[in-house]
Structure formats: C-alpha cells, structure tokens
Design a protein around this ligand. Sequence first.
Ligand code: TXA
Ligand code: MG
Length: 330
Amino acid sequence: MTEQADQSYPPSTLMLTSKAADVRMAADMLHHARLIAFPTETVYGLGADATQAEAVAKLYAAKGRPHFNPLIAHCASLDAASKEGVLNADALMLAKHFWPGPLTLVVPVAASARSCDLARAGLSSIGLRVPDHPVALALLRACDVPIVAPSANRSGHISPTRAEHVWDDLHDRIDAILDGGPTSVGVESTIIACLENTPVLLRAGAITRAQIEQCLGHSISAADSLGDHDAPLAPGMLSSHYAPRTYIRLDARGVYTDEAVLDFGNQFPDALMRLDLSPRGDVVEAASHLYDYMRALDVKGAKMIAVAPIPHEGLGEAINDRLLRAAAPR
Ligand code: TXA
Ligand code: MG
C-alpha cells in the first residue's frame, strides 16, 4: 500500500498495520461491535464479535449477505473452539492435525457456546476454524471471544487476497482494515461437516480431499457441489459466486482476440490480454493467484474471460469449484 493510497482513505475506514499496537486497537474496536477486516492464510476475513448480535447484524448488512447464510466462528485455539462446538472423534482428529490451518469444521453447537444465534443463522450446528496467520491469531488472542469472519467482499463478489481488494469492495462500509500483505494460500478453507457418522465435504478448499482422507484413514463423501438451491448443505455455496463483472468461459481450447485469458501452464502464450496462474503448471501457485488475477482481468474491458483447462487434482478441485461458480448464470 503506497503512502499516497493511504492518504485517500476516508477517516471512517481506518487502515491499520500488523503491528502489535494496531492489532490491540482492532481488538478493542471489535469489542465495541465494530467491523474489522483482517488477513488469514486463505483470504481476508471481515470480522465481528460473534457474541454480539448487534455486531453480527452489521456484518450481514455491510456484505449484503442473506441472513440464512451462517458464518464461520474463528477461534485462537482448539481449546477455545471446543467451547463453541462439540467435536466428535473424526472432528477432533482433523482439528489436531490441521489446526491452526485452512480447515473449517461444522459440528453441533455446544451448550457453552458464546457465539450468538444470528452468527449461525439459527442453525444447531456451527462452523469453526483456527486460522494459521500470525496477525489473525494475535487478534483472536487479544479479543478472547470467537470472531465471525466471512470473506471480506460484498456478497457474491470475488474474495479478497490483499487489503486493497477489501478496500475496493467495502471501504465505505466497515471500520478498519488490518493490512497483513497478500495472503499465502489464496482460496478459502476446506469445509467438513462432522455431524453424523461419516464426515462430509461441504466445500473444496485449501486442504485437499486426499489430505483429509489420509488423516482420517477412510474416504469422505461430498455434498453435491452446485447444490440443491432449496436446501443447500453449506448455505453459502450458492451457485453464482466469486463472480467478476466480465463473463467467464471455462475450459477454453482456443481464444478470440477480444477475450482476456486466464491461463494455466502457458497454454496460450500468444494471447494479448493474458495472466498465467502458474506458467509451470503448479496448482498450489495457481490458487494463490486466482482471485487477484480474476480481478485484474475483470478491469481490462474484455468481452469475455477465457479460462484455460486446469487439472482437477489437489488444489485444482477448489480452483475449478470457484471457477464454475464464477461462470454460473447470475
Ligand atoms: O477461508 C475461509 O474459510 C474464509 C476466511 C476468512 O476464514 N472464510 C470464509 O467465510 O470463506 P464465508 O462466509 O465466505 O464462507 C463460509 C461458508 C459459507 O458457505 C457458509 O454457508 C458455510 O461456510 N457455513 C458456515 N457455518 C455453517 C454451518 N453451521 N453449516 C453449514 N455451512 C456453514
Ligand atoms: Mg465468501
């Protein structure tokens, strides 16, 4: 963030750094029911104190998010998370293996939970995650309450991987942004429901299905990815999501001159408006650039964004899931 850009921020949205004093100020603001965007290893989250219904209501309004879509409660540790939800044997195994990290567990809400009903959209289950990011963890420790944090974008838009993205989408609607630089992973956490006997994959994400299955020692089932609109399992997985303004054409085998190209593995080296998610064809690198490059191509004024085929293996599952939603009818 340049000094010049900083000066253009109105006093209503504070730009904060990741320094300890700023993190303490952010924690104090959260206690006062303010909305603070902060970095995690996946994407920037828009935080509110999960125990204050007033703060959570403001968060839904700022994002333009439907109230039926529950929020993930972020906690500083497995201990803190265990006060919010009841982790069965599978959930505990996954939590011990992957937390802190990009895994969200949906479990029955605990009797001791402090997070309010509105944060869970009235469900009897709760999404829990301990993020692996020094600024996020410092903030959560300083707050000492669970913090709900959806991705810090307006509902339906592309998720933010830089503080500037949050600013572009939400600057007139939130109280502060903690700038921790670009996020490392670039796609959201994997969501696993541990409600019944068999864990169910609700959202493909930063931890691959193979990693989850290896940890559990058995295979997991997946909720139908584009979902049943009347009763979606993860209510936020609406089919149109992560959508740029420009229309998207998936699995391109060739490109037209008036198209921008989201390339992978240097498949269209001659295209004029082109960004390559990973010239060497690495899905991990590609995930880290996905949202940033979608935003960059969106402002090129192209008729269409053509997307090169991306292998479905590993993080490719999450990348293809997001692209499918970005291309879905609106
Ligand atoms: O990586 C991430 O998970 C980011 C960072 C900020 O932590 N957060 C994020 O939050 O992606 P959001 O709100 O954009 O997506 C959360 C998803 C939604 O699809 C929501 O429906 C689902 O989690 N979810 C939350 N609680 C749930 C519950 N109790 N049952 C089913 N789905 C739930
Ligand atoms: Mg989101």
